[in-house]
Ligand binder design. Structure first.
Ligand SMILES: NC(=O)C1=CN([C@@H]2O[C@H](COP(=O)(O)OP(=O)(O)OC[C@H]3O[C@@H](n4cnc5c(N)ncnc54)[C@H](OP(=O)(O)O)[C@@H]3O)[C@@H](O)[C@H]2O)C=CC1
Ligand SMILES: O=C1O[C@H](COP(=O)(O)O)[C@@H](O)[C@H](O)[C@H]1O
Length: 495
Protein backbone atom coordinates (compact mmCIF):
# COMPACT_ATOMS: atom_id res chain seq x y z
CA UNK A 1 0.00 0.00 0.00
CA UNK A 2 1.29 3.48 -0.89
CA UNK A 3 2.44 5.81 1.86
CA UNK A 4 0.06 8.74 2.09
CA UNK A 5 -1.38 11.72 3.90
CA UNK A 6 -4.93 11.38 5.18
CA UNK A 7 -6.67 14.72 5.65
CA UNK A 8 -9.84 14.38 7.70
CA UNK A 9 -12.27 17.30 7.45
CA UNK A 10 -14.72 17.17 10.38
CA UNK A 11 -12.19 15.45 12.63
CA UNK A 12 -13.80 16.71 15.85
CA UNK A 13 -17.23 15.42 14.86
CA UNK A 14 -19.39 12.47 15.83
CA UNK A 15 -18.58 10.22 12.87
CA UNK A 16 -14.85 10.77 13.25
CA UNK A 17 -14.85 9.76 16.89
CA UNK A 18 -17.35 6.90 16.64
CA UNK A 19 -16.19 5.30 13.39
CA UNK A 20 -13.19 6.78 11.62
CA UNK A 21 -10.52 6.86 14.37
CA UNK A 22 -11.47 3.38 15.60
CA UNK A 23 -11.32 2.14 12.01
CA UNK A 24 -7.82 3.56 11.50
CA UNK A 25 -6.68 2.08 14.82
CA UNK A 26 -8.03 -1.38 14.03
CA UNK A 27 -6.43 -1.26 10.59
CA UNK A 28 -3.15 -0.44 12.28
CA UNK A 29 -3.53 -3.43 14.63
CA UNK A 30 -4.08 -5.59 11.57
CA UNK A 31 -1.06 -4.00 9.85
CA UNK A 32 -3.27 -2.61 7.12
CA UNK A 33 -2.13 0.98 7.07
CA UNK A 34 0.84 2.15 5.03
CA UNK A 35 4.34 2.20 6.42
CA UNK A 36 4.43 5.99 6.35
CA UNK A 37 1.04 7.46 7.20
CA UNK A 38 0.27 10.99 8.24
CA UNK A 39 -3.19 11.95 9.51
CA UNK A 40 -4.16 15.59 9.66
CA UNK A 41 -7.44 16.35 11.39
CA UNK A 42 -9.25 19.50 10.33
CA UNK A 43 -11.89 21.24 12.42
CA UNK A 44 -13.24 24.59 13.47
CA UNK A 45 -12.31 24.32 17.13
CA UNK A 46 -8.88 25.56 18.19
CA UNK A 47 -6.99 22.52 19.42
CA UNK A 48 -3.30 21.77 19.83
CA UNK A 49 -1.90 18.56 18.38
CA UNK A 50 -1.72 17.13 21.88
CA UNK A 51 -5.35 17.99 22.63
CA UNK A 52 -6.38 16.44 19.34
CA UNK A 53 -4.36 13.31 20.04
CA UNK A 54 -6.08 12.92 23.37
CA UNK A 55 -9.47 13.35 21.62
CA UNK A 56 -8.45 10.50 19.31
CA UNK A 57 -7.30 8.40 22.27
CA UNK A 58 -10.62 8.97 24.04
CA UNK A 59 -12.49 7.92 20.93
CA UNK A 60 -10.54 4.64 20.80
CA UNK A 61 -11.14 3.94 24.48
CA UNK A 62 -14.87 4.50 24.03
CA UNK A 63 -15.69 3.23 20.56
CA UNK A 64 -13.01 0.92 19.22
CA UNK A 65 -13.96 -2.76 18.98
CA UNK A 66 -10.47 -3.55 20.26
CA UNK A 67 -9.63 -1.23 23.13
CA UNK A 68 -6.11 0.14 23.43
CA UNK A 69 -5.80 -0.71 27.16
CA UNK A 70 -2.54 -2.67 27.03
CA UNK A 71 -1.22 -1.26 23.81
CA UNK A 72 2.36 -0.16 24.33
CA UNK A 73 2.37 1.24 20.79
CA UNK A 74 -0.54 3.60 21.43
CA UNK A 75 1.69 6.65 21.98
CA UNK A 76 3.44 6.01 18.71
CA UNK A 77 0.11 5.57 16.93
CA UNK A 78 -1.25 8.85 18.32
CA UNK A 79 1.83 10.71 17.11
CA UNK A 80 0.74 10.25 13.47
CA UNK A 81 -2.18 12.61 14.19
CA UNK A 82 -1.78 16.38 13.72
CA UNK A 83 -4.46 19.04 13.88
CA UNK A 84 -5.19 22.01 11.65
CA UNK A 85 -7.74 24.56 12.72
CA UNK A 86 -9.61 26.17 9.84
CA UNK A 87 -13.03 27.29 8.74
CA UNK A 88 -13.73 25.26 5.63
CA UNK A 89 -15.70 28.06 4.02
CA UNK A 90 -12.80 30.54 4.15
CA UNK A 91 -9.68 30.58 1.98
CA UNK A 92 -7.26 31.59 4.75
CA UNK A 93 -6.66 28.30 6.50
CA UNK A 94 -6.10 26.18 3.39
CA UNK A 95 -2.61 27.59 2.85
CA UNK A 96 -1.54 26.57 6.37
CA UNK A 97 -3.13 23.18 5.80
CA UNK A 98 -1.09 22.75 2.61
CA UNK A 99 2.08 23.75 4.48
CA UNK A 100 1.33 21.28 7.25
CA UNK A 101 0.69 18.49 4.73
CA UNK A 102 3.94 19.25 2.88
CA UNK A 103 5.94 19.55 6.08
CA UNK A 104 4.78 16.11 7.24
CA UNK A 105 5.39 14.66 3.76
CA UNK A 106 8.98 15.84 4.04
CA UNK A 107 9.45 14.64 7.63
CA UNK A 108 8.09 11.17 6.92
CA UNK A 109 9.32 10.80 3.35
CA UNK A 110 5.79 10.44 2.00
CA UNK A 111 5.21 10.94 -1.73
CA UNK A 112 2.43 13.38 -2.57
CA UNK A 113 -0.38 10.82 -2.24
CA UNK A 114 -3.27 12.59 -0.56
CA UNK A 115 -6.54 11.21 0.68
CA UNK A 116 -9.21 13.76 1.65
CA UNK A 117 -12.11 12.55 3.78
CA UNK A 118 -15.14 14.85 4.02
CA UNK A 119 -16.79 13.93 7.33
CA UNK A 120 -18.68 17.20 7.46
CA UNK A 121 -22.22 18.41 6.79
CA UNK A 122 -23.20 17.89 3.12
CA UNK A 123 -23.50 21.64 2.54
CA UNK A 124 -19.68 21.76 2.74
CA UNK A 125 -18.92 18.97 0.25
CA UNK A 126 -18.67 21.20 -2.84
CA UNK A 127 -16.97 24.10 -1.03
CA UNK A 128 -14.21 21.91 0.33
CA UNK A 129 -13.65 20.06 -2.96
CA UNK A 130 -13.26 23.38 -4.73
CA UNK A 131 -10.92 24.83 -2.13
CA UNK A 132 -8.76 21.71 -2.21
CA UNK A 133 -8.29 22.43 -5.89
CA UNK A 134 -7.79 26.19 -5.60
CA UNK A 135 -5.36 26.00 -2.68
CA UNK A 136 -3.02 23.60 -4.46
CA UNK A 137 -3.71 20.79 -1.99
CA UNK A 138 -5.04 18.78 -4.89
CA UNK A 139 -2.13 19.49 -7.22
CA UNK A 140 -0.01 16.52 -6.30
CA UNK A 141 2.77 14.63 -8.02
CA UNK A 142 1.24 11.46 -6.59
CA UNK A 143 -2.44 10.50 -6.51
CA UNK A 144 -5.35 12.22 -4.79
CA UNK A 145 -8.63 10.71 -3.62
CA UNK A 146 -11.79 12.06 -2.07
CA UNK A 147 -13.94 10.11 0.36
CA UNK A 148 -17.34 11.65 0.66
CA UNK A 149 -20.07 10.87 3.17
CA UNK A 150 -23.78 10.67 2.62
CA UNK A 151 -26.22 12.18 1.81
CA UNK A 152 -25.19 12.92 -1.77
CA UNK A 153 -27.89 15.44 -2.65
CA UNK A 154 -31.44 15.94 -1.49
CA UNK A 155 -33.10 15.10 -4.80
CA UNK A 156 -32.08 14.47 -8.40
CA UNK A 157 -31.31 18.09 -9.25
CA UNK A 158 -29.28 18.85 -6.12
CA UNK A 159 -27.31 15.60 -6.55
CA UNK A 160 -26.50 16.55 -10.16
CA UNK A 161 -25.45 20.06 -9.11
CA UNK A 162 -23.26 18.69 -6.35
CA UNK A 163 -21.65 16.17 -8.67
CA UNK A 164 -20.92 18.82 -11.24
CA UNK A 165 -19.13 20.93 -8.64
CA UNK A 166 -17.17 18.09 -7.09
CA UNK A 167 -16.17 16.88 -10.57
CA UNK A 168 -14.41 20.18 -11.17
CA UNK A 169 -11.86 19.19 -8.56
CA UNK A 170 -11.80 15.36 -8.70
CA UNK A 171 -12.17 12.80 -11.47
CA UNK A 172 -14.87 10.17 -10.98
CA UNK A 173 -12.29 7.46 -10.34
CA UNK A 174 -10.79 9.60 -7.56
CA UNK A 175 -14.13 9.86 -5.73
CA UNK A 176 -15.11 7.29 -3.10
CA UNK A 177 -18.76 7.82 -2.10
CA UNK A 178 -19.55 5.99 1.11
CA UNK A 179 -22.67 3.93 1.62
CA UNK A 180 -21.93 2.13 4.85
CA UNK A 181 -24.29 -0.71 3.90
CA UNK A 182 -21.77 -1.63 1.18
CA UNK A 183 -19.24 -2.08 3.96
CA UNK A 184 -21.35 -4.59 5.86
CA UNK A 185 -19.67 -7.98 5.61
CA UNK A 186 -22.85 -9.79 4.56
CA UNK A 187 -23.61 -7.24 1.86
CA UNK A 188 -20.07 -7.71 0.58
CA UNK A 189 -20.68 -11.44 0.81
CA UNK A 190 -23.69 -11.28 -1.53
CA UNK A 191 -21.35 -11.30 -4.47
CA UNK A 192 -19.68 -14.55 -3.33
CA UNK A 193 -22.97 -16.14 -2.39
CA UNK A 194 -24.39 -15.52 -5.85
CA UNK A 195 -21.31 -16.11 -7.95
CA UNK A 196 -19.09 -18.53 -6.05
CA UNK A 197 -21.90 -21.07 -5.66
CA UNK A 198 -22.92 -22.62 -8.96
CA UNK A 199 -26.04 -23.95 -7.28
CA UNK A 200 -27.32 -20.44 -6.55
CA UNK A 201 -25.88 -19.01 -9.75
CA UNK A 202 -28.05 -21.45 -11.69
CA UNK A 203 -31.18 -20.50 -9.76
CA UNK A 204 -30.64 -16.72 -9.69
CA UNK A 205 -33.34 -15.78 -12.21
CA UNK A 206 -37.03 -15.58 -12.94
CA UNK A 207 -37.34 -19.24 -13.76
CA UNK A 208 -36.84 -20.23 -10.14
CA UNK A 209 -37.32 -17.15 -8.00
CA UNK A 210 -40.83 -16.02 -7.09
CA UNK A 211 -39.93 -12.76 -5.38
CA UNK A 212 -37.16 -10.99 -3.50
CA UNK A 213 -37.72 -9.10 -0.24
CA UNK A 214 -35.29 -6.60 1.25
CA UNK A 215 -36.01 -5.38 4.77
CA UNK A 216 -34.20 -2.87 6.97
CA UNK A 217 -36.23 -2.35 10.11
CA UNK A 218 -35.04 -0.39 13.10
CA UNK A 219 -36.30 -0.08 16.65
CA UNK A 220 -34.81 3.36 17.17
CA UNK A 221 -36.84 6.46 16.42
CA UNK A 222 -35.57 9.70 15.00
CA UNK A 223 -33.21 10.15 17.99
CA UNK A 224 -31.60 13.61 18.08
CA UNK A 225 -31.63 14.03 14.31
CA UNK A 226 -35.06 15.59 13.76
CA UNK A 227 -33.51 18.68 12.16
CA UNK A 228 -32.18 16.54 9.35
CA UNK A 229 -34.68 13.68 9.32
CA UNK A 230 -37.87 15.73 9.21
CA UNK A 231 -36.73 17.04 5.79
CA UNK A 232 -35.44 13.70 4.59
CA UNK A 233 -37.74 10.89 5.68
CA UNK A 234 -37.09 7.21 5.14
CA UNK A 235 -37.22 7.64 1.36
CA UNK A 236 -34.08 9.81 1.29
CA UNK A 237 -32.46 8.49 4.45
CA UNK A 238 -32.63 4.78 3.56
CA UNK A 239 -34.35 4.00 0.25
CA UNK A 240 -32.43 6.17 -2.21
CA UNK A 241 -29.12 4.82 -0.96
CA UNK A 242 -28.98 1.70 1.23
CA UNK A 243 -32.10 -0.10 0.01
CA UNK A 244 -31.35 0.44 -3.68
CA UNK A 245 -27.72 -0.54 -3.16
CA UNK A 246 -28.84 -3.82 -1.58
CA UNK A 247 -31.21 -4.32 -4.49
CA UNK A 248 -28.40 -3.77 -7.00
CA UNK A 249 -26.10 -6.15 -5.16
CA UNK A 250 -28.82 -8.83 -5.07
CA UNK A 251 -30.06 -8.48 -8.64
CA UNK A 252 -26.81 -7.98 -10.53
CA UNK A 253 -25.69 -10.70 -12.87
CA UNK A 254 -22.32 -12.44 -12.98
CA UNK A 255 -19.74 -9.85 -14.06
CA UNK A 256 -17.12 -10.79 -16.66
CA UNK A 257 -14.40 -10.33 -14.05
CA UNK A 258 -14.60 -9.52 -10.36
CA UNK A 259 -13.23 -6.02 -10.74
CA UNK A 260 -14.72 -2.76 -9.47
CA UNK A 261 -15.36 -1.70 -13.06
CA UNK A 262 -17.22 -4.86 -14.04
CA UNK A 263 -19.22 -5.11 -10.83
CA UNK A 264 -20.28 -1.49 -11.13
CA UNK A 265 -21.20 -2.14 -14.75
CA UNK A 266 -23.54 -4.93 -13.67
CA UNK A 267 -25.07 -2.75 -10.95
CA UNK A 268 -25.63 -0.04 -13.48
CA UNK A 269 -27.44 -2.48 -15.76
CA UNK A 270 -29.83 -3.31 -12.92
CA UNK A 271 -30.65 0.36 -12.41
CA UNK A 272 -31.09 0.90 -16.14
CA UNK A 273 -33.65 -1.91 -16.21
CA UNK A 274 -35.49 -0.76 -13.12
CA UNK A 275 -39.00 0.12 -14.26
CA UNK A 276 -39.53 3.84 -13.68
CA UNK A 277 -42.54 4.87 -11.63
CA UNK A 278 -44.91 7.50 -12.88
CA UNK A 279 -45.87 9.97 -10.20
CA UNK A 280 -49.53 8.98 -10.49
CA UNK A 281 -48.68 5.29 -10.12
CA UNK A 282 -46.68 5.72 -6.94
CA UNK A 283 -49.81 5.07 -4.88
CA UNK A 284 -50.10 1.57 -6.42
CA UNK A 285 -46.57 0.47 -5.64
CA UNK A 286 -45.43 2.46 -2.62
CA UNK A 287 -46.65 2.55 0.97
CA UNK A 288 -45.62 5.35 3.25
CA UNK A 289 -46.05 5.36 7.00
CA UNK A 290 -45.21 7.28 10.12
CA UNK A 291 -44.87 5.84 13.61
CA UNK A 292 -47.34 6.77 16.28
CA UNK A 293 -46.94 6.08 19.99
CA UNK A 294 -46.47 2.46 21.01
CA UNK A 295 -44.28 0.04 22.86
CA UNK A 296 -40.83 -1.24 22.01
CA UNK A 297 -39.50 -4.11 24.08
CA UNK A 298 -42.09 -3.41 26.78
CA UNK A 299 -41.23 0.26 26.98
CA UNK A 300 -43.71 2.96 26.03
CA UNK A 301 -42.40 5.31 23.35
CA UNK A 302 -43.80 8.50 21.87
CA UNK A 303 -44.99 8.96 18.32
CA UNK A 304 -42.95 10.70 15.63
CA UNK A 305 -44.90 13.95 15.83
CA UNK A 306 -44.20 14.20 19.57
CA UNK A 307 -40.44 13.83 19.09
CA UNK A 308 -38.38 16.92 19.97
CA UNK A 309 -37.69 19.02 16.89
CA UNK A 310 -40.44 17.46 14.76
CA UNK A 311 -43.28 19.63 13.48
CA UNK A 312 -46.56 18.56 15.08
CA UNK A 313 -48.24 18.27 11.67
CA UNK A 314 -45.24 16.58 10.04
CA UNK A 315 -46.05 14.38 7.04
CA UNK A 316 -42.55 12.89 7.01
CA UNK A 317 -42.33 9.21 6.18
CA UNK A 318 -40.62 7.05 8.80
CA UNK A 319 -41.62 3.91 6.90
CA UNK A 320 -41.56 3.09 3.21
CA UNK A 321 -42.40 -0.15 1.44
CA UNK A 322 -42.33 -0.51 -2.32
CA UNK A 323 -42.71 -3.00 -5.14
CA UNK A 324 -40.11 -2.75 -7.90
CA UNK A 325 -39.71 -4.50 -11.22
CA UNK A 326 -36.49 -5.10 -13.10
CA UNK A 327 -37.37 -5.39 -16.76
CA UNK A 328 -34.51 -7.51 -18.01
CA UNK A 329 -34.56 -11.10 -19.23
CA UNK A 330 -33.33 -12.41 -15.87
CA UNK A 331 -35.88 -10.76 -13.60
CA UNK A 332 -38.89 -10.08 -15.79
CA UNK A 333 -41.99 -10.93 -13.76
CA UNK A 334 -40.22 -11.18 -10.39
CA UNK A 335 -41.35 -8.52 -7.93
CA UNK A 336 -38.69 -7.04 -5.67
CA UNK A 337 -40.14 -5.68 -2.43
CA UNK A 338 -38.29 -3.31 -0.16
CA UNK A 339 -39.34 -1.99 3.24
CA UNK A 340 -37.64 0.11 5.84
CA UNK A 341 -38.91 1.81 8.93
CA UNK A 342 -38.03 3.31 12.26
CA UNK A 343 -39.60 2.22 15.54
CA UNK A 344 -40.49 -1.21 14.24
CA UNK A 345 -40.78 -4.42 16.23
CA UNK A 346 -37.17 -5.46 15.78
CA UNK A 347 -33.84 -4.33 14.40
CA UNK A 348 -33.22 -6.48 11.40
CA UNK A 349 -31.68 -6.04 7.99
CA UNK A 350 -32.21 -9.08 5.85
CA UNK A 351 -32.84 -10.24 2.31
CA UNK A 352 -35.18 -13.11 1.54
CA UNK A 353 -35.15 -14.90 -1.80
CA UNK A 354 -38.40 -16.82 -2.11
CA UNK A 355 -38.19 -19.63 -4.65
CA UNK A 356 -41.13 -20.69 -6.77
CA UNK A 357 -43.11 -23.39 -5.05
CA UNK A 358 -43.60 -25.70 -8.00
CA UNK A 359 -44.29 -28.77 -5.85
CA UNK A 360 -47.03 -27.39 -3.69
CA UNK A 361 -49.71 -29.57 -5.31
CA UNK A 362 -47.64 -32.74 -5.36
CA UNK A 363 -48.49 -33.62 -1.78
CA UNK A 364 -52.18 -32.67 -1.86
CA UNK A 365 -53.28 -36.30 -1.59
CA UNK A 366 -51.27 -36.65 1.62
CA UNK A 367 -52.82 -33.46 2.91
CA UNK A 368 -49.40 -31.89 3.08
CA UNK A 369 -48.39 -28.40 2.03
CA UNK A 370 -44.68 -27.87 1.47
CA UNK A 371 -43.64 -24.29 2.21
CA UNK A 372 -41.59 -22.34 -0.34
CA UNK A 373 -37.82 -22.67 -0.19
CA UNK A 374 -36.37 -19.49 1.23
CA UNK A 375 -32.82 -18.28 1.12
CA UNK A 376 -32.43 -15.77 3.93
CA UNK A 377 -29.39 -13.51 4.14
CA UNK A 378 -29.15 -11.90 7.54
CA UNK A 379 -27.15 -8.72 7.41
CA UNK A 380 -27.63 -6.92 10.69
CA UNK A 381 -27.50 -7.28 13.68
CA UNK A 382 -27.16 -11.04 13.14
CA UNK A 383 -25.08 -12.18 10.23
CA UNK A 384 -25.70 -15.43 8.45
CA UNK A 385 -27.29 -17.35 5.67
CA UNK A 386 -30.07 -19.86 6.03
CA UNK A 387 -31.93 -22.02 3.62
CA UNK A 388 -35.41 -23.22 4.37
CA UNK A 389 -36.18 -26.66 2.99
CA UNK A 390 -38.99 -29.20 3.39
CA UNK A 391 -38.22 -32.47 5.11
CA UNK A 392 -40.10 -35.44 6.54
CA UNK A 393 -40.20 -35.61 10.31
CA UNK A 394 -39.83 -39.25 11.33
CA UNK A 395 -41.13 -38.42 14.81
CA UNK A 396 -44.40 -37.18 13.31
CA UNK A 397 -45.23 -40.10 11.03
CA UNK A 398 -43.14 -38.66 8.23
CA UNK A 399 -45.10 -35.40 8.10
CA UNK A 400 -43.47 -32.78 5.89
CA UNK A 401 -42.08 -29.87 7.86
CA UNK A 402 -39.87 -26.91 7.10
CA UNK A 403 -36.30 -27.25 8.31
CA UNK A 404 -33.60 -24.65 8.21
CA UNK A 405 -29.99 -25.13 7.23
CA UNK A 406 -28.13 -22.36 9.00
CA UNK A 407 -24.74 -20.81 8.58
CA UNK A 408 -23.84 -18.20 11.19
CA UNK A 409 -20.25 -17.04 10.96
CA UNK A 410 -18.32 -16.20 14.08
CA UNK A 411 -18.50 -12.41 14.01
CA UNK A 412 -16.45 -11.72 17.12
CA UNK A 413 -13.38 -10.40 15.32
CA UNK A 414 -15.01 -9.31 12.08
CA UNK A 415 -14.00 -5.79 11.03
CA UNK A 416 -16.67 -3.11 11.03
CA UNK A 417 -18.08 -1.57 7.84
CA UNK A 418 -15.92 1.54 8.19
CA UNK A 419 -12.78 -0.54 8.61
CA UNK A 420 -13.48 -2.53 5.46
CA UNK A 421 -14.37 0.56 3.46
CA UNK A 422 -11.45 2.62 4.69
CA UNK A 423 -9.04 -0.17 3.90
CA UNK A 424 -10.43 -0.41 0.37
CA UNK A 425 -10.14 3.35 -0.14
CA UNK A 426 -6.56 3.36 1.16
CA UNK A 427 -5.57 0.75 -1.40
CA UNK A 428 -7.64 2.32 -4.17
CA UNK A 429 -10.30 -0.36 -4.53
CA UNK A 430 -13.63 1.27 -5.33
CA UNK A 431 -15.75 -1.89 -5.65
CA UNK A 432 -17.81 -1.12 -2.56
CA UNK A 433 -18.16 2.61 -3.13
CA UNK A 434 -20.99 4.24 -5.00
CA UNK A 435 -20.37 5.37 -8.56
CA UNK A 436 -22.04 8.58 -9.73
CA UNK A 437 -24.19 6.57 -12.19
CA UNK A 438 -25.65 4.66 -9.27
CA UNK A 439 -26.37 7.83 -7.31
CA UNK A 440 -27.99 9.49 -10.28
CA UNK A 441 -30.08 6.50 -11.33
CA UNK A 442 -31.23 5.98 -7.73
CA UNK A 443 -32.37 9.59 -7.47
CA UNK A 444 -34.08 9.26 -10.86
CA UNK A 445 -36.08 6.30 -9.61
CA UNK A 446 -36.89 7.98 -6.31
CA UNK A 447 -37.76 11.41 -7.73
CA UNK A 448 -41.43 10.67 -8.67
CA UNK A 449 -41.92 9.24 -5.18
CA UNK A 450 -40.54 12.42 -3.61
CA UNK A 451 -42.97 14.42 -5.72
CA UNK A 452 -45.93 12.16 -4.94
CA UNK A 453 -45.14 12.44 -1.21
CA UNK A 454 -44.80 16.20 -1.51
CA UNK A 455 -48.15 16.48 -3.26
CA UNK A 456 -49.79 14.01 -0.86
CA UNK A 457 -50.86 11.73 -3.66
CA UNK A 458 -50.84 8.75 -1.33
CA UNK A 459 -51.95 8.23 2.25
CA UNK A 460 -49.58 8.50 5.18
CA UNK A 461 -50.42 5.45 7.28
CA UNK A 462 -49.83 5.76 11.00
CA UNK A 463 -48.42 2.59 12.54
CA UNK A 464 -47.92 1.89 16.21
CA UNK A 465 -44.30 1.96 17.33
CA UNK A 466 -43.16 -1.63 17.91
CA UNK A 467 -45.24 -3.07 15.05
CA UNK A 468 -44.40 -4.49 11.62
CA UNK A 469 -45.37 -1.18 10.01
CA UNK A 470 -48.67 -0.25 8.37
CA UNK A 471 -51.17 -2.88 7.36
CA UNK A 472 -50.95 -1.49 3.81
CA UNK A 473 -47.43 -2.91 3.59
CA UNK A 474 -48.76 -6.41 4.23
CA UNK A 475 -51.46 -5.86 1.62
CA UNK A 476 -48.92 -4.79 -0.98
CA UNK A 477 -47.55 -8.33 -1.02
CA UNK A 478 -50.91 -9.98 -0.50
CA UNK A 479 -52.07 -8.45 -3.80
CA UNK A 480 -49.44 -10.63 -5.50
CA UNK A 481 -50.15 -13.70 -3.37
CA UNK A 482 -47.07 -13.24 -1.18
CA UNK A 483 -46.25 -12.37 2.42
CA UNK A 484 -43.32 -10.66 4.12
CA UNK A 485 -40.92 -13.20 5.62
CA UNK A 486 -39.03 -12.49 8.81
CA UNK A 487 -35.32 -13.18 9.07
CA UNK A 488 -36.24 -16.21 11.18
CA UNK A 489 -39.76 -17.48 10.91
CA UNK A 490 -41.26 -18.84 14.10
CA UNK A 491 -42.12 -22.52 13.45
CA UNK A 492 -45.88 -21.97 13.93
CA UNK A 493 -45.99 -19.52 10.99
CA UNK A 494 -44.58 -22.15 8.71
CA UNK A 495 -46.46 -25.26 9.75
N1 LIG B 1 -22.52 10.63 12.76
C1 LIG B 1 -22.86 9.54 12.08
O1 LIG B 1 -23.10 8.46 12.62
C2 LIG B 1 -22.98 9.58 10.60
C3 LIG B 1 -22.64 10.72 9.89
N2 LIG B 1 -22.70 10.68 8.52
C4 LIG B 1 -22.31 11.85 7.75
O2 LIG B 1 -21.00 12.25 8.13
C5 LIG B 1 -20.84 13.65 8.06
C6 LIG B 1 -20.38 14.19 9.42
O3 LIG B 1 -21.36 13.89 10.38
P1 LIG B 1 -21.10 14.08 11.95
O4 LIG B 1 -19.73 13.70 12.31
O5 LIG B 1 -22.23 13.39 12.61
O6 LIG B 1 -21.28 15.65 12.13
P2 LIG B 1 -20.87 16.56 13.38
O7 LIG B 1 -21.81 17.70 13.38
O8 LIG B 1 -20.75 15.74 14.61
O9 LIG B 1 -19.40 17.06 13.01
C7 LIG B 1 -19.21 18.03 12.03
C8 LIG B 1 -17.74 18.33 11.89
O10 LIG B 1 -17.62 19.37 10.94
C9 LIG B 1 -16.82 20.42 11.48
N3 LIG B 1 -17.25 21.71 10.97
C10 LIG B 1 -18.49 22.23 10.97
N4 LIG B 1 -18.48 23.45 10.39
C11 LIG B 1 -17.20 23.70 10.04
C12 LIG B 1 -16.53 24.78 9.42
N5 LIG B 1 -17.20 25.86 9.00
N6 LIG B 1 -15.20 24.68 9.23
C13 LIG B 1 -14.51 23.59 9.63
N7 LIG B 1 -15.09 22.53 10.20
C14 LIG B 1 -16.41 22.59 10.41
C15 LIG B 1 -17.04 20.34 12.96
O11 LIG B 1 -15.94 20.96 13.57
P3 LIG B 1 -16.06 21.67 15.02
O12 LIG B 1 -16.53 20.60 15.95
O13 LIG B 1 -14.68 22.08 15.25
O14 LIG B 1 -17.07 22.76 14.86
C16 LIG B 1 -17.05 18.83 13.16
O15 LIG B 1 -15.75 18.34 13.20
C17 LIG B 1 -22.20 14.19 7.60
O16 LIG B 1 -22.17 14.30 6.21
C18 LIG B 1 -23.17 13.08 7.99
O17 LIG B 1 -24.31 13.08 7.17
C19 LIG B 1 -23.04 9.55 7.83
C20 LIG B 1 -23.38 8.41 8.49
C21 LIG B 1 -23.41 8.33 9.92
O1 LIG C 1 -27.63 5.75 7.17
C1 LIG C 1 -28.39 5.48 8.07
O2 LIG C 1 -28.38 4.25 8.58
C2 LIG C 1 -28.86 4.00 9.89
C3 LIG C 1 -29.07 2.49 9.99
O3 LIG C 1 -27.84 1.88 9.82
P1 LIG C 1 -27.55 0.44 10.44
O4 LIG C 1 -26.15 0.16 10.05
O5 LIG C 1 -27.75 0.56 11.92
O6 LIG C 1 -28.54 -0.49 9.85
C4 LIG C 1 -30.15 4.74 10.16
O7 LIG C 1 -30.48 4.61 11.53
C5 LIG C 1 -29.95 6.20 9.84
O8 LIG C 1 -31.19 6.88 10.01
C6 LIG C 1 -29.46 6.39 8.45
O9 LIG C 1 -29.09 7.75 8.26
Amino acid sequence: MDSMTFVLFGSTGDLAKRKIFPAIYNLLLDQKIPRAFSVIGVGRQELTDVEFQSFVEQSLRTFSRRKPEDDSNLEEFLRIFRYCHLDVTKNEGYQSLLEMVQCREKELGIPENRMFYLSVAPKFFDVIALKIKESGLGSTKGWKRLIIEKPFGHDLKSAQDLNEKVSKAFEEDEIYRIDHYLGKPMVQNLEALEFANPVFQALWNNQYIANVQITASETVGVEERAGYYDHAGAIRDMVQNHMLQMLMMTAMQLPKRLTAKDIRHEKRKVMESLRPLRKDDVVKHVVRGQYGPGEIQNKAVIGYREEPGVTRSSMTDTFVAARLWIDDPFWKGVPFYIRTGKRMREKSTHIVIEFKNTVKDLYIAQNEKPVPNLLVIQINPNEGVSLQLNSKNPLKSGQIEPVTVDFSPDTKDVPEAYELLLFDALRGDSTFFVHWNEVESSWKWVQPILEAFEENLLPLHLYPAGSEGPEASRKLLEEDGFQWWLDKEPAEVLT
